[in-house]
Design a protein around this ligand. Structure first.
Ligand code: MGD
Ligand code: MGD
Ligand code: SF4
Ligand code: MO
Length: 760
C-alpha cells in the first residue's frame, strides 16, 4: 500500500547556495523523498535547483545511517552503547583531559556542512564548557585567505553582484557544475545572450562555464598570480583608474600604483601561458566597464599563491572603483557569520601579527586554525600539543590533506569524539561516535546567505521526526554540559519562569542575567536552549538560538533591519517569529550602497589598498619562478578534487546516487593519452609523493595538456543492503600532502598535486 504523499518546504543541503525546495514525502514509511522541486517562493533561488537536489533521498535515506552511540574497543572495533552511558563517559573523559591539561588542549573541528549550521552555533556552549581555545573547520581549508584579505582591505564581507554587472569575472570557479551562486545556469545563459554584458573566465580547463564566456583565459595551473598582475599592470599603465573616487574612498594607492606601473605585462601574460593580446583585452574590458563583479573560488583558493591571488583579485576590482555601486559589490549584513572578519594586529610596518597554534605556529585567521596543520600539531611530544579533539558534522579524515596521517594522529590522542549521521572515515578514528538526527529531521539553517542589498535567512522546519535513537546536536551538547556538572537546576529556574510569561519578559530577564551572571555568557546557547527552548513547544527547542541571533542582528544592524520591516523595541522578537512561521527564506535586512562605505571599520572608513606583506609577495613574481611545477618524475598537475555533476563533498555516501558515465574517473587530455601511452578507459596507477591508487582513466578534451583531474568527495566506504562494499572512486586526500599549502593562510594546494600516471 502506498501512503498519501505530503509536500513540505525546505532547502537543499548539497552546496552553500541552499536553494529552496519542495519535498514530496511518501513511500511505505512516509519518510521517502519521492519528488523534489525548486521552491518558486524562495526569494533568491526562485524555483531553481540543479540536478543534485533531485537525489537528496540518498542523503536522508541510506544504508550508512548511524542509529546508536558507538564506543571504540581496544582492538579498534566498535560496540554500541546506550545514550546515558555514552554521555556519561564522554563527559568524564573530556572533563579528565580538561583537568589534566587544560581546556586549551581540547581542539574542536567542524560545526556544520553545506546545510546545517545550528550545530556550530550551539557548539559555542560546548566549547565554553570545555574551555576550548582552538577551532577549525572546512572554511579554514579554503576561505581564510579570502577572509584575511577582505578584513584587511574592507573590514567586512562583500557580495559580488554578478547578476547585475556589465562585466563578470569568474576565477577558479566553475558554477555550471559547482553552482556556488544563485541560479547559476540561468545566469550563464542570460549573460551569454546579452551583447552588452561580458563574462571573463580564468580557468586552465575549458570548463562547461567557459562555454558561456566572452573571454576565456586558459591560464597555466598555479600561475594565476602572473595573469592577475598582468591585468592590473595593463589597467594601471593605461591609467584607467578613477582618481577622484580612489582619493575619496581609499588609502595606500601610491605603493600599489608604483608596483604595477613597472610590471612587464606581456612577459607575465606569456609566463601564465596566455596570449598577451587576450590578457590586455580582458584588462581593457575590466578597466573601462560601468560595473565589474568578480567571484573567485577554490580553483585559486586551493592553488599555489592562493592568498596573493585573492589580494590581486581584490585590487583588480577596487582599483577600478568597482565597489559600493550597482553591479559591483556591497558589504553584506548576516544574521550570523559562517566566517567572522579577522581582527588584525598590525605592527609598525603594517604587517599583521597573526595568532598561531602553539606547536606548529600555524596561522590563525578569523579565529580558525588551518586543518592542514592538525596532524602535525598533534603528532609530537610538545607539552602544548592537543590532547583531545571534538569533531562535529565534518569528515576531516576524508576532507583534509594527508588522510592517513590525520587518522593516525586522531588515534594517538587521549580522547576523541565524533558527532555525525554516518560511521565516517573520521568516526572510525575516534573513541566515541554519537549519532545525530539528519538535517531534515530537525530545525536547521545555514549562515551562508551573502546577498546585497537585501539579505535573507532561511530557518527550516523539520520534514520528518528524528530517526529512533538519534538526537540533535543541541541536545547532545546540553547533556554533555549537564553531565560535566557545570549547571544546576537552580541556574535555570528564573529564566524558565520568565519564558513562561512570554518573549518580552524573557528578553528583559535574559539580557539582565547575561550582564550579571558570567556562566550565562560562557554557555550562552545552552541557556537559551534549556530555558527559552521549552516554551517554544516540543521539538522547537533548538530554534531558541535563532531567537538570540535575531536580537543581536536587529541591534547591530538596526537601520538595515528596519528597512526590511524589523524595527522598534520588539524588532528581534518580530524577526524571530517571522522566520519561524515563514514557509521559506525571509528578508532580514536591506542595505544601502552608502553603508558599504560607512560600515568600513578601517581608518577613515576607507578601503585599504596596500597590504604590505602581500605586495611584497607580488614582487617575488618578477623572478618568474612558479611555486610548484611539474617534473619528469611527476609530469601531471593533478586537480585533487573537481566538482562534477554528482559530487557533494562528503554529504552522500551511497555511490549509487550518481548517474552517468565516468563519474569517478581520472581525466586527462587525449594528447597526453597518446604521449604517455595511456588509452581511454584504461585502468591506471595514479601516484603522488604521498601514495598511489588504481583508477579508471577517461579522456576529456576540455582538460589542458599536462593536467589531470579526479572528482572531489569520492572513495567513501559504503556497504549496500546485501553487505557488499561498493566501489566509490578515489579517496583523493590519501594522495595529498598537507605540507603543500599556502604560506599565509595554510590552505592546501589541492589544485596542483604533482602526479604520475602509468598503466596499472
Ligand atoms: N557538484 C558539486 N558542487 C559543489 C560542491 C560539490 O562537492 N559538488 N561543493 C561545494 C563547495 S564546498 C565548494 S567550496 C564549491 C567549489 O566550487 P568550484 O571552485 O567552482 O569547484 P572546483 O571544481 O573544485 O574548482 C573550480 C575550477 O578551478 C579550476 N582550477 C584548477 N586549477 C586552477 C588554477 O590553478 N587556476 C585557476 N584559475 N583555476 C583552476 C578547475 O579547472 C575548476 O574548473 O563548490 C560547491 N558546489
Ligand atoms: N582533496 C580535496 N579535499 C577537499 C576538497 C577538494 O576539492 N579536494 N574540497 C574541500 C572543501 S571546499 C570542503 S568545503 C570540504 C568539506 O569537507 P567536510 O566539512 O568534511 O565535508 P562535509 O561534506 O561538509 O561533511 C559533512 C559531514 O557531516 C555529516 N552530516 C551530514 N548531515 C549532518 C547533520 O545534520 N549533523 C551532523 N552532526 N553531521 C551531519 C556527513 O555525514 C559528513 O560526514 O572538503 C574539502 N576537501
Ligand atoms: S545549486 Fe546547490 S543548493 Fe541548489 S540545488 Fe544544486 S546543490 Fe542544491
Ligand atoms: Mo567548500
Amino acid at each position: 500500500m502506498t501512503r498519501q504523499t505530503t509536500t513540505h518546504s525546505s532547502a537543499c543541503n548539497l552546496c552553500f547556495v541552499n536553494c529552496g525546495i519542495n519535498v514530496e514525502l511518501g513511500g511505505d514509511d512516509g519518510r521517502q523523498f519521492i519528488k523534489i522541486r525548486g521552491d518558486d517562493k524562495h526569494p533568491t533561488s526562485k524555483g531553481y535547483i540543479c540536478n543534485k537536489a533531485a537525489r537528496l533521498n540518498y542523503y536522508q535515506n541510506n544504508g550508512a545511517r548511524l542509529t546508536t552511540p558507538m564506543r571504540r574497543r581496544e582492538d579498534g572495533s566498535y560496540e554500541p552503547v546506550d545514550w546515558d552511558t555514552a554521555i556519561a563517559e564522554v563527559a568524564a573523559r573530556l572533563g579528565a583531559v580538561k583537568e589534566r591539561h587544560g581546556g586549551e588542549r581540547i581542539f574542536y573541528y567542524g560545526g556544520g556542512g553545506q546545510g546545517n549550521h545550528l550545530v556550530g552555533a550551539s557548539a559555542l556552549g560546548l566549547r565554553g564548557a570545555l574551555g576550548v581555545k582552538y577551532m577549525g573547520n572546512a572554511i579554514s581549508q579554503e576561505k581564510t585567505g579570502l577572509a584575511w584579505v577582505m578584513s584587511r582591505m574592507i573590514g567586512g564581507l562583500t557580495h559580488p553582484e554578478l547578476h547585475h554587472a556589465q562585466v563578470a569575472v569568474l576565477i577558479g570557479k566553475n558554477p555550471f557544475m559547482s553552482n556556488g551562486m544563485d541560479r547559476a545556469r540561468p545566469w550563464l545563459k542570460d549573460i551569454k545572450a546579452d551583447p552588452k554584458r561580458t563574462l571573463i573566465v580564468i580557468d586552465p580547463r575549458r570548463t562547461e562555464t567557459a562555454d558561456y564566456a566572452d573571454i576565456h583565459l586558459a591560464v597555466t595551473p598555479g600561475r594565476d598570480a602572473w595573469c592577475l598582475a598582468a591585468i592590473i599592470g595593463h589597467i594601471v599603465q593605461s591609467d584607467w583608474l578613477p582618481h577622484d573616487w580612489l582619493d575619496e574612498h581609499t588609502r595606500g594607492l601610491a605603493p600599489v600604483v608604483e608596483h604595477f606601473s613597472t610590471v612587464p605585462v606581456d612577459e607575465y601574460a606569456r609566463f601564465a601561458g596566455l596570449d598577451p593580446a587576450l590578457v590586455r583585452q580582458a584588462a581593457q574590458q575590466i578597466g573601462t566597464a560601468q560595473s565589474v563583479a568578480l567571484e573567485e573560488d577554490i580553483g585559486i583558493q586551493m592553488a599555489p599563491h592562493s592568498t596573493l591571488v585573492t589580494y590581486l583579485n581584490h585590487l583588480v576590482v577596487l582599483l577600478t572603483g568597482n565597489y559600493g555601486k550597482p553591479g559591483t559589490q556591497g558589504m553584506v549584513t548576516q544574521l550570523a557569520h559562517v566566517i567572522s572578519m579577522h581582527r588584525s594586529r598590525l605592527d609598525e610596518d603594517g604587517v599583521d601579527q597573526l595568532p598561531q597554534l602553539p606547536v606548529t605556529g600555524a596561522p590563525i585567521i578569523s579565529g580558525l586554525y588551518p586543518g592542514a596543520f592538525l596532524a602535525e600539531e598533534i603528532l609530537n611530544d610538545h607539552p602544548e600539543r592537543p590532547r583531545a579533539l571534538v569533531i562535529e558534522s565534518s569528515n576531516p579524515v576524508h576532507s583534509l590533506p594527508g588522510s592517513n596521517t590525520l587518522s593516525e594522529a586522531i588515534r594517538s590522542l587521549e580522547f576523541s569524539l565524533c558527532v555525525d549521521v554516518a560511521m565516517t572515515e573520521t568516526a572510525r578514528a575516534c573513541d566515541y561516535v554519537l549519532p545525530a538526527s539528519t538535517t531534515y529531521e530537525k530545525w536547521e539553517a545555514t549562515f551562508f546567505p551573502r546577498n546585497f542589498p537585501a539579505n535573507i535567512f532561511h530557518l527550516r522546519k523539520p520534514l520528518l521526526p528524528a530517526a529512533p535513537n538519534t538526537l540533535t546536536e543541541q541536545e547532545i551538547h546540553a547533556r554533555i554540559i549537564e553531565a560535566m556538572g557545570l549547571v544546576e537546576e537552580g541556574d535555570l529556574v528564573e529564566l524558565r519562569a520568565a519564558a513562561a510569561q512570554g518573549m518580552e519578559a524573557y528578553r528583559d530577564a535574559f539580557f539582565g542575567a547575561l550582564g550579571s551572571n558570567p556562566k550565562i555568557g560562557q554557555l550562552l546557547p545552552y541557556f537559551l536552549y534549556r530555558t527559552l527552548g521549552p516554551s517554544l513547544g516540543a521539538g522547537n527547542e533548538s530554534t531558541a538560538i535563532v531567537w538570540g541571533l535575531c536580537h543581536v542582528y536587529t541591534a547591530q544592524y538596526a537601520a538595515e533591519a528596519a528597512r526590511a520591516g524589523w524595527r522598534g523595541p520588539n524588532a528581534g522578537i518580530d524577526l524571530f517569529n517571522a522566520l519561524r512561521n515563514a514557509e521559506t527564506a525571509v528578508v532580514i535586512g536591506e542595505s544601502t550602497y552608502d553603508e558599504s562605505f560607512s560600515r568600513i571599520p578601517l581608518p577613515e572608513n576607507r578601503i585599504q589598498l596596500h597590504i604590505p606583506e602581500l605586495l611584497e609577495e607580488a614582487s617575488v613574481l618578477r623572478t618568474m619562478t612558479p611555486l610548484l611545477d611539474v617534473t619528469d618524475e611527476y609530469p601531471f598537475a593533478l586537480v585533487a578534487g573537481a566538482r562534477r555533476a554528482y559530487t557533494a563533498n562528503c554529504a552522500i555516501r551511497d555511490p549509487r546516487w550518481a548517474k552517468g558515465k565516468h563519474i569517478t574517473a581520472l581525466t586527462i587530455h587525449p594528447d597526453d593519452g597518446e604521449k604517455f601511452q595511456l588509452p581511454d578507459g584504461a585502468l591506471v596507477k595514479l601516484e603522488t609523493d604521498m601514495g598511489s591508487t588504481v583508477i579508471d582513466l577517461a579522456y576529456d578534451d576540455r582538460m589542458q595538456p599536462g593536467t589531470a583531474s579526479v572528482p572531489n568527495g569520492q572513495g567513501m566506504s559504503f556497504t549496500d543492503e546485501y553487505g557488499n562494499t561498493l566501489p566509490a572512486g578515489v579517496f583523493a586526500n590519501t594522495l595529498t600532502n598537507p605540507r603543500n599549502r599556502d604560506r599565509f593562510a595554510g590552505t592546501p594546494h589541492h589544485k596542483f598535486v604533482p602526479a604520475r600516471i602509468s598503466l596499472a
